[in-house]
Design a protein around this ligand. Structure first.
Ligand SMILES: Nc1nc2c(ncn2[C@@H]2O[C@H](COP(=O)(O)OP(=O)(O)O)[C@@H](O)[C@H]2O)c(=O)[nH]1
Ligand SMILES: [Mg+2]
Length: 236
């Protein structure tokens, strides 16, 4: 078991006490996530949880895309990192309200910290709360924060084998964003292998291929974001 978050790791040892702690941490996580879900529902806020490795391009995507829809939707961002306010400063430059949560050694954002940030006065009229979770393809997928949708992101520079290596995370995604498509000529990312693996794990997930650098694919991403608030059907 991960000692930071209690995320489920099957132990080869029959340590009953470890399994008990695991179960109780998970039910505590679920209880807090449920409180968030209720609060978001009462305040008519859609919450999106973006999960991906460090450097996959999560903050760059928010910087490039949120200003495109900021006139139509009221958006706020929560940034999760172990340390620093670098990402919050980047988002702040777009004019979109943002708060940074530093987790110290924590490998994912906790529901209670997300809720405390969401209750900030500046966030009182928002439609969409976008949470960039701590860079990590494992724990954030297991620790719910009461989100409406999970977005799992990976860049083509990371390799097409990530769904096969992190199946639980990709299976939990509502949307999978494949970023840095402008780097395709320079990397060996096999799109067919990737999409076949995803189809095996999670046939229902929407896959969006994009580049925050060139802007390709951003219309599909912003249309999907808008559909979360407007409940519109979107074909990608
Ligand atoms: N070539 C290319 N680089 C990108 C793209 N998106 C992000 N990057 C670069 O990837 C690095 C990490 O980006 P960042 O947004 O901080 O990743 P995060 O850790 O997932 O938030 C930075 O150097 C970005 O400039 C992209 O679409 N294409
Ligand atoms: Mg970031």
């Amino acid at each position: 078991m991960c000692t930071q978050c209690g995320c489920a790791t099957e132990s080869n040892q029959s340590a009953v006490s470890v399994i008990d702690i695991d179960v109780s941490l998970h039910s505590l996580n679920e209880k807090h996530a449920e409180e968030n879900r209720r609060w978001f529902g009462e305040h008519n806020i859609k919450c999106l949880n973006i999960i991906g490795s460090p450097g996959t391009g999560k903050t760059s995507l928010l910087e490039a895309s949120l200003p495109l829809i900021a006139n139509e939707l009221s958006i706020a961002v929560i940034e999760g990192d172990l340390a620093s306010e670098i990402d919050a400063s980047r988002i702040a430059k777009t004019g979109i309200p943002v708060q940074q949560i530093n987790t110290g050694l924590g490998c994912h954002l906790e529901s209670q910290d997300v809720l405390a940030a969401a209750k900030n006065q500046e966030y009182s009229d928002i439609d969409l709360l976008i949470v960039e979770n701590v860079g990590n393809l494992v724990c954030p997928a297991q620790a719910e924060i009461g989100e409406d949708k999970k977005i799992v992101m990976l860049s083509v520079a990371e390799g097409d084998d990530k769904p096969a290596k992190y199946p639980e995370t990709f299976a939990a995604a509502d949307v999978i964003v494949v970023s840095k498509m402008d780097l395709m000529p320079y990397v060996d990312f096999d799109l067919t292998r990737f999409s076949d693996d995803v189809a095996r794990l999670n046939a229902a997930a929407t896959i969006i291929y994009l580049s925050s650098k060139t802007g390709s694919g951003l219309p599909a991403w912003t249309a999907w974001l808008q559909s979360q608030v407007n409940q519109a059907e979107v074909s990608i």
